[in-house]
Ligand binder design. Structure first.
Ligand code: PXP
Length: 239
């Protein structure tokens, strides 16, 4: 069975737009798990634009929520993450000016830093993942870093599909990277920009074991409710 991780950052975005307490991301995390999500993803950004430290702490403390915490390589954030002990960590690149995560990590430039961070999380028995572009070279490097999982950035294929452009080369890159990672014993995840259509396309890649989806789920929930949208995605990924 493939797994669905639901990113609830945008529940915090809505809450923060009023500077008050509603809607509460902690409550959302509990609900999402009840509705059939396999895990909850939150991104504790350096600028705290959505999820804040208290949200992350509360969500990670709950035994009812399996948490995938996305973080950058920032030292303070890494230290913080080690303190709040999520179930899973996904290391992502972060750029203050971006609207959302724009690409995979630069594994060459950040080799030493990443190796050290991965070692720390693994020592604490936290499943650790690297957010990478779909490339054989980056999968090979991830193996050198001894990481448990890679999450393949699906932003490019998602944009191509949405614009009705040919996406087969990108799909092929994702497929080859996934097969290679699995062969090397690395668990494969996929995420970014996914909607029903792109998830259906990527679901044909058997090696992908987990999808992490946020923006589209929260957006569709405005019209159809979280429970229905989560059920729809679970149906798609378990076909
Ligand atoms: N996976 C990773 C590593 C991400 O950084 C994000 C965006 O925070 C997602 C998945 C979810 O992307 P989206 O919100 O576009 O579904």
């Amino acid at each position: 069975m493939k797994r669905l991780g639901v990113n609830i950052d945008h529940v915090a975005t809505i809450r923060n737009s009023r500077g008050e307490h509603h809607p509460d991301p902690y409550y959302a995390a509990l609900q999402v798990m009840k509705m059939g999500a396999d895990s909850v993803t939150i991104h504790l950004r350096e600028d705290r634009r959505h999820i804040n430290d208290l949200d992350a702490k509360k969500i990670c403390q709950s035994k009812k929520i399996l948490v995938n915490l996305e973080i950058s390589m920032n030292e303070k954030i890494v230290r913080n993450a080690l303190k709040i002990k999520p179930d899973y960590i996904c290391i992502v690149p972060e750029n203050r000016k971006e609207v959302t995560t724009e690409g995979g990590l630069n594994l060459t430039k950040n080799k030493k830093k990443l190796k050290d961070i991965i070692k720390k999380f693994k020592k604490n028995k936290i499943r650790t993942s690297l957010f990478i572009n779909p490339s054989i070279r980056d999968v090979k490097k991830s193996k050198e870093f001894n990481v448990d999982c890679v999450e393949i950035h699906t932003g490019k294929i998602s944009n191509l599909v949405k614009l009705n452009k040919t996406y087969h080369n990108e799909l092929d890159r994702i497929k080859r990277s996934s097969i290679f990672a699995k062969k090397l014993g690395i668990e494969v995840h996929a995420g970014h920009g996914l909607d029903y259509k792109t998830t259906k396309i990527l679901n044909k890649i058997r090696e992908i074991e987990e999808f992490n989806i946020g923006h589209y789920i929260i957006g569709e929930s405005v019209f159809f409710g979280l429970s229905k949208v989560i059920k729809n995605f679970k149906k798609i990924i378990n076909k």
